[in-house]
Design a protein around this ligand. Structure first.
Ligand code: DC
Length: 644
């Protein structure tokens, strides 16, 4: 798994407008039908993502004309059902919306093909589709495990006509793939669905897009679908891809939790996507929803969201968003009839339960349901299982706690810009970053500014001091990078109302001695120690706001801080302040030694290779050499008024 992560601060509100990327489901269906059609199709507003790239690459490999028109617009020159390249190996990543329909189309079009994907794709069932295609005479064999990709397709005599039976209760993508390929047989074929058809709205999307390309499927309830002899795909000329309704769900939920209104553009009441029904589910939780033909908007209700008990079979993807929205709804939310979650990008029921529990929520999972009871949330590092929707859903949890999202780039499957859009419409708890050298007075100033604003205060230096102290107690040398980093990772430190505890015991001034000051400066120069303390520092970024004091608050820990202050004073003034402090506390001190010590520590803090102390380009300089504490505090407060 990638070691990349994204740390989200706690959010305090949401509002604004997002233009949605194109729908994944529509994009890949349109691409395939445009490829199978006669004539050229101009496809506008296509989703730019991993899954559509896999489909575009596959079509190019098969000899279909694929030309970029710039932006998200493409011309696909169809092959009238006969792919020019009859022998190829296709790699389809983890794109179910490419793998299933291409399997069906290539099996019926005829040719010698191998279809592969990533390891997870090879764990996602495809046997029901293969069984359906074999009933028509297709020659398909499994190259790995029976019932799963990779697949080998061989030319075969297709025997059309009659009735094909296909299971509908595992994934609706089997029926979609089969239906889209049937016109290639040229004859009348009926498909009987065995078992209760799930995710019906996705079949409606399939039928609507087939109709745009000139093939009307006769539908008898949800049991029998018939494609008539002579059906063939014809380009509609230009086709626009709707915005992605599943992607809309995150922003609607943001508005419903964070106040709103948050508006999404690209889908609305005229959408053909079933996931627009997510808005109704959110309304049942109390959200205030308004819609237009191609937009939707959500606001939080007075008094907050309430739990629901819902059958989610019609909105399997968007329902994941309800699971994290449930963290902010009064009562226990139950999402039912979601067995298909278990065969998606990952086992989504298990993954959702595991990660929700990390945040402190109470979760119960069953074969086809999940039940979530909110709790006061705690920071956690959330794993995303190479599943874009896990990453996007869990961004909502940031309303309850700062959190870390591991491998955030997995959103590229359907929404590469997700986190940029998310940042645009959400407001984080503010941070004032105050950096500067030792004894510049920033601790005193920071604590007073925090008290004046009612914000929390992070004394990040204390974390390095605690690490040095804990290492000393454990007999770990301050130069032993991995040893000290292990101590930093496990550091049992607690900050409450000015008191600091290590392993439950008050530390008092034991972290302020000259010895520990020197140790802190040494361990702070070790990259692994800084990494180990990074997320812990960021978890202080909670509502209503934070003052962070240290050396790298503005440069590394809170680079997004709306106000950064570089607070300093001459070395002599600082040595004198430190001298007075020590004498007042009853320690003995020597001014000349203190000055030398300070200069050495300044040197080490500013010359080290990781996160050196320096004034950031966007930080305001506050030289307190000739200022009283009051004056310094007032200056920071004045700047904070301007910045927030
Ligand atoms: O601010 P302080 O004197 O309590 O910091 C103790 C040591 O920790 C000091 O040598 C610098 C280091 N430090 C750091 O490297 N990064 C921070 N954000 C805070 C402190």
């Amino acid at each position: 798994m990638s070691t990349e992560f994204l740390d989200l601060p706690q959010l305090i509100s949401a509002g604004g407008t997002v233009r949605l990327p194109g729908s994944k489901s529509i994009s890949n269906r349109v691409l395939l039908l445009a490829a199978l059609a006669e004539g050229a199709t101009e496809v506008r507003d296509l989703l730019a993502s991993d899954d559509t790239e896999r489909m575009l690459d596959a079509l190019k490999t098969l000899g279909v004309g694929v030309a970029s028109l710039g932006g998200e617009n493409w011309t696909i020159t169809g092959c009238g059902g006969h792919f020019p390249v009859r022998q190829a190996e296709l790699f389809l990543g983890n794109a179910g919306t490419a793998f299933r329909p291409l399997t069906a189309a290539l099996a019926l079009a005829g040719g010698d093909y191998v279809l592969k994907g990533v390891a997870r794709m090879h764990e996602r069932p495809i046997g029901d589709l293969v069984d359906g295609l074999r009933q028509l005479g297709a020659d398909i064999s499994y190259l790995g495990n029976d019932g799963f990709p990779p697949l080998q397709l061989k030319p075969a005599a297709i025997q059309p006509g009659g009735v094909v039976k296909v299971r509908g209760d595992v994934s609706s993508q089997f029926l979609t793939g089969l239906l889209m390929a049937l016109p290639l047989t040229g004859e009348t074929v009926a498909v009987d669905v065995v078992g209760e058809l799930i995710s019906k709205p996705y079949i409606e999307i399939t039928l609507a897009i087939m109709a745009r390309f000139g093939v009307v499927v006769e539908r008898d309830g949800w049991q029998r679908f018939t494609v008539k002899a002579g059906s063939r795909y014809v380009s509609p000329g230009t086709i626009y891809v709707e915005g992605d309704a599943s992607s809309a769900s995150y922003f609607l939920a943001l508005g419903a939790i964070g106040g709103g209104p948050v508006r999404v553009e690209g889908v609305g009441s005229e959408s053909i996507q079933g996931d627009v029904k997510f808005a109704e589910a959110l309304a049942q939780m109390g959200a205030v929803i308004t819609t237009g033909p191609n937009w939707m908007e959500a606001r939080a209700p007075q008094g907050g969201l309430v739990a629901v008990d819902l059958d989610c079979n019609h909105i399997p993807d968007a329902a994941m968003t309800l699971a994290t929205a449930a963290l902010f709804a009064r009562g226990t939310t139950t999402l039912r009839n979601i067995a298909s979650w278990r065969v998606k990008e990952t086992d989504r029921i298990a993954a959702m339960a595991t990660e929700l529990k990390k945040l402190g929520a109470e979760v119960e999972e069953g074969a086809d349901y999940i039940r979530v009871t909110p709790a006061s949330l705690q920071p956690a590092a959330i794993d995303t299982y190479d599943d874009h929707r896990m990453a996007m859903c869990f961004s909502l949890a940031a309303f309850g706690t700062p959190l870390r999202i591991n491998d955030p780039k997995c959103v590229g499957k359907t929404f590469p810009d997700y986190f940029a859009c998310f940042a645009k419409v959400s407001k984080a708890a503010p941070v004032i970053a105050i950096d500067g050298p030792s004894a510049s007075g920033k601790g005193t100033v920071a604590a007073r500014v925090a008290a004046a604003l009612g914000y929390d205060y992070l004394d990040s230096g204390a974390l390095y001091r605690l690490t040095a102290l804990a290492a000393q107690k454990a007999g770990v040398d301050w130069a032993d990078e991995s040893g000290v980093a292990a101590i930093a990772t496990r550091l049992d430190a607690e900050f409450t109302a000015g008191d600091i505890r290590l392993n439950g015991e008050l530390v008092g001034d034991s972290i302020r001695t000259e010895e520990i000051s020197a140790g802190a400066s040494k361990v702070a120069a070790l990259p692994a120690v800084r990494d180990a303390l990074l997320f812990r520092q960021r978890t202080f970024n909670r509502a209503p706001g934070l003052i962070g004091d240290g050396r790298d608050m503005g440069s590394v820990v809170f680079p997004q801080a709306p106000l950064k202050v570089f607070l300093t004073a001459s070395a002599e003034a600082r040595a004198e302040r430190r001298y007075k402090q020590l004498i007042e506390k009853g320690f003995s001190a020597n001014l000349a030694d203190l000055l030398l010590d300070l200069q050495q520590r300044d040197e080490r803090d500013s010359q080290r290779s990781v996160a050196p102390l320096r004034q950031e380009a966007d930080a305001k300089l506050l030289d307190t050499t000739g200022l009283t504490i009051e004056q310094a505090v007032n200056q920071v407060l004045a700047w904070s008024k301007e910045a927030m």
